[in-house]
Every structure is written in structure tokens, then in C-alpha cells.
Design a protein around this ligand. Structure first.
Ligand SMILES: Cc1cc2nc3c(=O)[nH]c(=O)nc-3n(C[C@H](O)[C@H](O)[C@H](O)COP(=O)(O)O)c2cc1C
Ligand code: SF4
Length: 484
């Protein structure tokens, strides 16, 4: 089956959606009707390790490329965090990726956690809580973390157009993309030792300003994720599993010693596939081609985890081993993502329309959705002690509530996590639990403009649907840039 694929907005009922999923051979639970609290499984509170989240909606981290060059939040950042607070979700997974030091920023506008910026990052959390109190209710069962990162080979700390990659090993395809030359130095073991300390200091800072947990980011091609595929790196951080997880292990030891009481979670790319590119055969001047995998001589080894719908016997074996490693260290919070927005966005954030640096979907985006949710299910089944946040729901659009409540009821995941949806329609979780009525005009239709804008050097936001962006100078500038 090739595109164009049926638009979700044209599917009239859950019965029609189920029929279409059956035709595609996809298994995905979906209730007939939206349930409100207290009947909805999404309204059930959950407690663990003395922690508590008041319901099963989670908000994924969503960066806006809109901090100051010093790494402080701006009004745009504050507005996004406020929206996370009024969403009604009780689990805020990380807010957005925050760099632990300057050279690890993915762009010159990424937030940076240091002593100077600490007060302004603290106020993000406080504003989020205030918005929650005003629009939703008491915030005592709100659970808020901060995502800590180093962007590794995708670092661009000083200029938007200037990659300054810090890689762990030579990669046969990605080196070309981020302009790594043969003689560019890799991250040395002693530099990694220092970086571990920087992560621990950052976590301690996050604890002092009230965050209940930190996410040590291991997804989307950034440094934490790259460790997991450093199979042929020499030395103590490469090769066997124990070495590839040493970075995280040392950070965890440091956090336990320096910030006792601070919980830790990990957002994981649980599987990965080859980098993709637009097929030149189907590309035109005005339209990106359909995605095809890059060519690779021999078997492609630089992926952690296999496509759950692929041919591997135990596709999630790597991820299960990793989550078991976390559980052995009393880390129960895992957020299951996959791949990378830079080199295989169709698996990582399934969309009807590609971002400007992407390609037309090489598969029905619903396959990507179900693949990602199935990964969460497989990990939850193999590691029932883990508290799993699922990713991949936004593409389901009008059917997000019916699918999310069924997934939580049937134990595919503990929390239904939403990302892009919250940029266009932040209060959907609250609407679902209180009235069960959706504002259809606000539902994200996966136009990908929130990814295209930063790829073109602008701040991110929902330019097509959020009037704050649509009707602003930013919106005007974005439309000009896009049409140009
Ligand atoms: C504009 C934008 C910013 C994002 N920023 C982050 C981030 O800072 N950290 C992260 O782990 N994921 C980030 N993501 C990925 C989302 O958290 C999420 O995994 C992805 O959008 C898929 O979920 P969805 O289908 O609900 O949107 C970002 C995605 C978008 C579109
Ligand atoms: S720009 Fe808006 S509608 Fe488009 S994908 Fe992003 S959030 Fe969704």
C-alpha cells in the first residue's frame, strides 16, 4: 500500500477505525466511547516509591528552540510550560530537553541548566504548577521531572547552521550528515568521565529547585542513545553491554550519592532502524520524495533494538535488557520512544505531512503508531515492575482518548504520553476527563510545522492551529519562509 493514505480526520467512527486497522493487520485496542472520570482508566491515580501521580496522562518533553542564547527561558518557553500545567495531565515527563552544559546544546536557544539560569528554570516549574492550580485543581498529585541531555553528534551550541558534533564512534552514514571528518576527535574516555560529573551536578540542581525526578535522556540519536550502539568503540564506554551502559550507571551512582531522594527516569529509543532519505526517483522541486533507507554495506550494526515488526527473533531484547538494568538500580520510570527525528522521523513521530528535512511517509503512518505502542506493550509485559509511558498517540487525532484509555486498561502501558497534540490542544486531557467532549478544530493534524520551523532556524510552535503563533509576527515569518 502506498500513499496518499486515508486522513484520520475523515474516519467517522471508532468502528471505521477498527475496520481499517484490521485491514492493515494491526492490533490496537480502542474503546467505542470516550470515558470521563471516575470511569476512565486514565483517571486512576498511581503510587510508587512514595511518589504519586493523580492520573494516567503524561506530557512528553517538547523543546521550542526558544530560549535565550544564555540558555534561559523566554515568554514562549514560559507559555509552553504553562500549557503543560493546564493540560490536566498529572505526569509531566521532563518539560523539555535541557542541556547539562554548553557544548551539548542541540541549538543556541536550548535551555541550559547552570547556576545563573537556575532561578528562571525554577520559575518554569512554578508557573506550570500555578496554571494547573488555576485551571485543573490541586497540584499535590502532579509529578514533574526535568529532561537532562547532551546532544552528542547533533550538537549545535553556537550557531543554528553550524554543527559542532561530539560523537562516540565513527558512523558510516550519520558522520556525513553532521559533517564529521575522519580526523575530528571523538569524545575521549576522560571527557566522558567529566561529563558524568556534569550530569550529576545538573541533577542536583534540578532537585534543589523542586523537580521530583530527572530523565537521563537515552533517545533520538543524542549522546545517551549513542552510547547504546557504541559496539565497536574501544575502552570502558564501548563494546559489551556493561560498557555501553557505564555512562548511565556512573550517573546513577552519582545522583544517589549527591541527590538522595531524587527519582530518575529514562526516555529510551527502544529500537532503531537505518537512517532514511527522500528517494530521488520520486522527489520533485516542490515535493519531497518517499522515504527510502540509506544504503549500507553489509549488515547495519549501529542500531540499538530491532523493529518490533521486523524479522528479528527478539526485536526488543536489547531494550528489555536495558530496562532490567534500570530496575536492578531501582529506576522504574521509562518512557518508550524510538529512532531519531533527524534520520528516521517516520518511525519516531508518525505524520501525514513530513517536516522540511524529512521525506514522504514510506508506510501508512498508523503502522508507525502501532509499532511504537507495541514496543511499550512488549517492554511492560517483559518488565512488569517498570512504570511505562507510551509514545506515539498524537497521530490518532480524534481517537486519542478511546485508544489511550483502552491501552492503559489492557496494561500496554501505565501512562498515555502525548507530545505534538499538546502544542495545538493543551487542554485535551482535562476535556477528556471532565466532559468527554473534544474541540475538533484544535486537534493536531500532524502538519509537522513545529519541526519544520526549527529546521529553518525559527522557534517551534503550532503555526497552523495555535492562534498565538498563527496570528503573530512569527507566524507571518514562518509562512513566508515556507512558501519561499
Ligand atoms: C517540536 C518538538 C519538540 C520536541 N522536543 C523533544 C524533547 O525536548 N525531548 C524529547 O525527548 N522529545 C522531544 N520531542 C519528541 C516528542 O516528545 C514525542 O516523542 C514525539 O512528538 C512523538 O509523540 P507524539 O506522536 O505524541 O507527538 C519533540 C517533538 C517535537 C514535535
Ligand atoms: S504544527 Fe501543530 S498541527 Fe502540525 S504537527 Fe505540530 S502541533 Fe501538530
Amino acid at each position: 500500500m502506498t500513499g496518499p493514505y486515508p486522513r484520520i480526520s475523515k474516519i467517522k467512527s471508532t468502528a471505521e477505525l477498527k475496520g481499517y486497522l484490521d485491514k492493515l493487520g494491526l492490533e490496537l485496542p480502542c474503546d467505542e466511547a470516550i470515558l470521563t472520570a471516575p470511569d476512565s482508566p486514565l483517571s486512576n491515580p498511581i503510587e510508587w516509591n512514595g511518589q504519586r501521580a493523580g492520573n494516567r496522562w503524561a506530557i512528553h518533553p517538547m523543546e521550542g528552540w526558544d530560549g535565550t542564547t544564555e540558555g534561559k527561558p523566554t515568554d514562549l518557553t514560559r507559555r509552553r510550560w504553562k500549557n503543560f500545567g493546564l493540560s490536566g495531565a498529572k505526569f509531566i515527563w521532563g518539560g523539555e530537553a535541557v542541556a547539562v552544559r554548553h557544548d551539548g546544546r542541540a541549538n543556541p536557544n536550548q535551555l541550559l541548566i547552570n547556576d545563573t539560569n537556575l532561578g528562571s528554570i525554577e520559575s518554569l516549574r512554578e508557573n506550570l504548577i500555578a496554571a494547573h492550580r488555576e485551571e485543573v485543581g490541586e497540584p499535590d498529585d502532579l509529578y514533574i521531572g526535568l529532561q537532562l541531555t547532551h546532544s552528542g553528534r547533533f550538537s549545535r551550541p553556537n550557531e543554528k547552521t553550524k554543527p559542532e558534533p561530539r560523537a562516540l564512534y565513527p558512523h558510516p552514514i550519520l558522520d556525513r550528515r553532521v559533517k564529521i571528518e575522519n580526523d575530528d576527535p571523538l569524545f575521549s574516555d576522560s571527557e566522558i568521565d567529566q561529563l558524568i560529573e556534569d550530569f550529576v551536578i545538573a541533577a542536583k540542581r534540578a532537585a534543589t529547585i523542586g523537580f521530583q525526578f530527572v530523565d537521563i535522556k537515552h533517545c533520538h540519536g543524542y549522546l545517551g542513545h549513542e552510547f547504546l550502539s557504541s559496539i565497536d568503540r574501544e575502552g570502558k564506554y564501548g563494546g559489551i553491554f556493561e560498557n555501553r551502559t557505564r555512562f548511565l550507571d556512573e550517573i546513577l551512582k552519582g545522583i544517589r550519592a549527591e541527590a538522595p531522594g531524587l527519582e530518575v527516569g529514562v526516555r529510551l529509543s527502544a529500537f532503531d532502524v537505518l537512517p532514511y532519505r527522500p528517494d530521488p526517483e520520486t522527489s520533485t522541486e516542490r515535493k519531497l520524495g518517499i522515504g527510502i533507507p540509506e544504503e549500507c554495506q553489509g549488515e547495519y550494526q549501529y542500531h540499538f533494538g530491532d523493529d518490533p515488526f521486523g524479522a528479528a527473533d527478539e526485536p526488543l531484547g536489547d531494550a528489555v535488557q536495558f530496562v532490567q538494568f534500570l530496575l536492578d538500580r531501582d529506576v522504574r520510570l521509562v518512557n518508550i520512544s524510538c529512532g531519531s527525528p533527524y534520520y528516521n522521523p517516520h518511525i519516531q513521530r508518525p505524520a501525514y505531512f513530513p517536516p522540511s528535512d524529512g521525506y514522504q511517509p514510506p508506510e501508512e503512518p498508523l503502522i508507525g503508531v502501532v509499532r511504537l505502542l507495541t514496543a511499550a506493550k512488549m517492554i511492560k509485559k517483559a518488565c512488569p515492575e517498570a512504570l511505562v509511558v507510551g509514545t506515539g498517540l498524537t497521530y490518532l487525532q480524534d481517537f486519542i482518548p478511546q485508544v489511550s484509555q483502552a491501552l492503559v486498561r489492557e496494561g500496554w502501558m501505565d501512562f498515555a504520553g502525548v507530545g505534538r497534540l499538546v502544542l495545538s490542544y493543551p487542554e485535551l486531557p482535562h476535556d477528556v476527563l471532565t466532559t468527554g467532549e473534544l474541540k475538533r478544530k484544535k486537534i493536531c493534524r500532524t502538519f509537522s510545522d513545529c519541526t519544520t520551523a526549527p529546521r529553518k532556524g525559527m522557534a517551534s510552535g503550532c503555526f497552523p492551529l495555535d492562534p498565538y503563533y498563527k496570528n503573530s509576527e512569527l507566524g507571518e515569518a514562518f509562512r513566508k519562509l515556507k512558501s519561499g
